[in-house]
Design a protein around this ligand. Structure first.
Ligand SMILES: [Zn+2]
Length: 197
């Protein structure tokens, strides 16, 4: 119910105002986040909350299963604005274990409508890593595919003209692959999944 959201909003705004009267005027005057977060649309993985950040501290793009499509104008325009407009130097691609989109990509059952098109790159990863994945249990396979999808996203971001131009101009932008665990709330950096100039 929208009324419920409005009531919760008023409570939240009043609480913030009383704890920190400077909060809204400061944020209204300037957006200066340190991070650009590309994550899953899953309701259990809100960037600010899981990274312990306040409003104003992270610029966010989310989609089903945090897929980086090289032709996604929504993501690319947000990425360009993050780097060139907001001056962000830390880009995070964050996946999460227990991701429904990745789970769907683990099977050949196509019953998810447009989502099946969206997650096609994850299915392609599953096929290209067949050997590695075949010796694992279904749960391990899903977790590895979550990580492979993040690594592919980091590489695809690094290959965009936006990042290539930023690096050519000497900007110290870093792209980090991370993964979040729904089971314990822990966010981890994926080893070897950082790209810098
Ligand atoms: Zn997900």
């Amino acid at each position: 119910m929208p009324e419920e959201l409005i009531r919760r909003n008023r409570d939240w705004a009043a609480r913030i105002e009383s704890d920190n009267p400077d909060f809204f005027p400061r944020l209204a005057a300037l957006q200066k986040p340190d991070y650009f977060w590309i994550g899953c649309a899953d309701a259990r993985v809100p960037a600010n909350v899981v990274a312990g950040l306040e409003p104003g501290e992270v610029f966010v793009h989310r989609n089903v299963a945090n897929v980086v499509h090289a032709s996604d104008l929504n993501l690319l325009s947000a990425l360009q604005f993050a780097i060139e407009g907001l001056g962000i130097r830390k880009v995070i691609v964050c996946g999460h274990y227990g991701c429904g989109g990745v789970r769907a990509a683990c099977s050949d059952h196509h019953g998810h409508g447009l989502v099946d098109h969206w997650i096609a790159p994850i299915r392609a990863l599953r096929h290209s890593h067949k050997g590695e994945l075949s010796s694992l249990t279904p749960a391990e396979r899903e977790n590895l595919l979550v990580e492979l999808n993040v690594r592919a996203g980091v590489d695809r971001i690094a290959e965009t003209p936006i990042l290539q131009d930023a690096w050519a101009a000497g900007l110290p932008v870093a792209v980090h692959g991370m993964v979040y665990s729904l089971a314990d709330g822990i966010l981890s950096q994926l080893e070897g999944a950082t790209r810098v100039a």
